[in-house]
Design a protein around this ligand. Structure first.
Ligand code: DP6
Length: 333
């Protein structure tokens, strides 16, 4: 295939992947569960180089120009490309452009969408389809475990039910089953200082980590049931407990990691108040300060009105459960 373009979404973890057993192969210590998003997506266009022997890695700016990708982002893409090439035994130099529809590196899983988009584009070029069971593994080769979940729409578990740590992610309910909204409060759109990867390495240094691993399987099963039954109260209780616990592990690691900012806590408090007032709303936070406020479609506008006046939010992004990656006719160059 000559020129391939895809969009691949971010996802929000409801049961968090935190800690890995094998950094080389990105094998998680625990199964995680996520909701694939709809609006927060990475676009990627890939084509064989017509001249030259090197890859050209480009970033599309808001003004539409294409700039070379630099620094750690470049390194991450090159390493992922190397793995994809080995997998497919395809060594053709490529021209690749990418862009995100949302702030990068700010706890909205831009690596999940970005690396899954790259894996998908590469796989399509090599003749695979968007339904190929290999895609989750190919996305995971990037080192971003959450990318393994982004190749699938709706509600996703990685590894799939009863799966081995190296197994693929699996959908257990489509987005239409429960089209929850995700109102994302961007408290700080800058790059986070401590990567998730560092967090995974430090997790086991928390004295509470082994307790977390023991409690997680039952929590995950209960959340799956809650989603399948559209039981918002159980979802809210489980998702918030889980988010606080993951951050508690981070905060009690040696050295400790603090992702939250004062505004993060204020939003979490306000969300709990709104729930006590009767609205179907709860919140979770990935490895950053930004808050994902989850709610049912019918309560979304009341919640937006109540939260919009909160101080400390740089930007609101309105998203919801989505169907997953798409192949596009429209290219970035
Ligand atoms: C807290 O190693 O997948 O978001 O690649 O940096 O996005 P990035 O992170 P990754 O770890 C994800 C950590 C998490 C929880 C989760 O998404 O499961």
């Amino acid at each position: 295939m000559n020129k391939v373009s895809v969009s691949s979404p971010s996802n929000i973890a409801l049961i968090k992947y935190w800690g890995m057993s094998d950094a080389q192969r990105t094998l998680p210590n625990n199964a995680s569960l996520s909701m694939t998003l709809n609006q927060c997506v990475s676009y990627c266009t890939l084509t064989p180089q017509t001249s030259g022997t090197c890859d050209e890695l480009l970033w599309k700016t808001a003004s539409g120009s294409l700039l070379p990708v630099q620094g750690s982002m470049r390194l991450g893409i090159e390493q992922h490309l190397q793995q994809l090439r080995q997998h497919f035994d395809d060594w053709q130099p490529l021209r690749i452009a990418t862009v995100n529809s949302f702030p990068t590196g700010a706890g909205i899983a831009s690596s999940a969408s970005g690396f899954s988009a790259l894996a998908l584009a590469f796989a399509l070029r090599c003749g695979q389809s968007l339904n190929s069971p290999d895609l989750s593994q190919l996305a995971r080769l990037s080192g971003s475990g959450s990318a393994a979940r982004s190749v699938i729409g709706g509600f996703v578990q990685w590894p799939g039910h009863h799966g081995q740590p190296g197994g693929p992610a699996k959908q257990f309910a489509p987005a239409q089953h429960w089209p929850l909204h995700d109102l994302i409060a961007v408290v700080d759109a800058g790059h986070k200082n401590i990567s998730s990867r560092q967090g995974h390495h430090l997790a086991a240094s928390s004295p509470f980590y082994s307790t977390r691993l023991r409690l997680l399987p039952e929590r995950l099963d209960s959340l799956r049931e809650a989603i399948l039954n559209r039981d918002f109260n159980t979802l809210a209780d489980t998702v918030e407990r889980e988010a606080v616990e993951m951050h508690m592990i981070a905060m009690t690691s040696q050295p400790p990691i603090f992702y939250w900012q004062p505004a993060t806590l204020q939003i979490l408090e306000r969300v709990r108040q709104l729930r006590h007032e009767g609205l179907q709303v709860c919140a979770t936070v990935d490895a950053g300060p930004n808050v994902h406020v989850l709610c049912t479609p019918q309560d979304a506008s009341a919640i937006v009105t109540a939260l919009r006046t909160l101080p400390g939010v740089e930007q609101w992004i309105f998203d919801q459960a989505g169907d997953g990656p798409r192949q596009l006719e429209h290219h970035l160059f």
